[in-house]
Ligand binder design. Sequence first.
Ligand code: DAH
Length: 353
Amino acid sequence: MSDVVAVVRGSLEEARAEGLKRIEASTDLASLEEAQIRVLGRKAPLSRARASLRDVGDQDRKELGMLANEVQVAIQSALDRKREAFEAQELEQRWASERVDVTLPGEAPPVGAIHPLTRTIWEIVDVFVGMGYKVYEGPEVELSSYTFDALNTPKEHPSRSPSDTFYIEGKGDAVGLRSHTSPVQIRTLEIEPPPVYGVMPGRCYRRDEEDATHLAGFTQLEGLAVDEGITMGDLKGSLLEFARNVFGRDLDVRLRPSFFPFTEPSAEMDVLCFVCRGEGCRVCRNEGWIEIMGCGMVHPFLLEWVGWDIEKYTGFAFGMGIERVAALAHGVPDIRYFWENDLRILSQFRGPA
Ligand code: DAH
């Protein structure tokens, strides 16, 4: 065997060993790409060894050519195997990073809800609308003639004092923020022909020290029924129907004699304390009962004021604090919670709108 043959064979073997080593040493697809150029490219040891086949005699060239092919196939298959391994690895990484768990719950967008006071108003209005009442509204800035005079409330009545009622600057005591929804009774009787069955929700204002049961700005719902032959029995039956619907049957209610300038006789409706159920506790101030509304038979003074025939028509009226009703219905110990707009509290009232 000539020297040339030995040299060419040696360099072919070396090209194989070097090539396989280089391929083995690659760490990813990019470095494998680079290794391929170095082991199979034009300037690669294998190509150079192939070129030197020219210098070998015909007989040896055939054998060395077969060896060169064998080296080439070995290198090529090593490259293919490595590439497949890298591709599989890359795919696996992509699967891992792009994995989507379709069974995970979606992200719920924040959804608003009706404010508990509004819901309470809707609930009460529903009960009365079911009994044939219509809904009326009046202004929050109101003439004192509607807030007080037409409601048989004399000038010297303490509720008219500027320490109780907010008056509008420059208007003396003639215009103020209404201290109750009762002026809407007069406005309704003025515009509607008899009979009248109405409920009037709205905001009211008083110069009150705020605490767990008082707010300077609060919500009332007024009710008025004037027709032929209405009695105190109708008042009691209607208000019981309301109470059963809103508080359920397990919270008892009671009527207690009282006084209002615009009703005669007058009464106060109490609901059994939801905390102590009559035993007496902090929430009901040891009364066992919580007052939620004033009511009574419409004073003939009001009907005469609007020109209705007092021989023919009688009626009853009532006014309740919505914050207190909502607090009672939901067991909320402080009505200020309804106005502080703390979503941690308000979102607990999320319910069917
Ligand atoms: N206006 C009274 C108040 O704010 C509540 C009230 C009592 C309304 C008796 C009425 C009623 O319609 O008849 O305390």
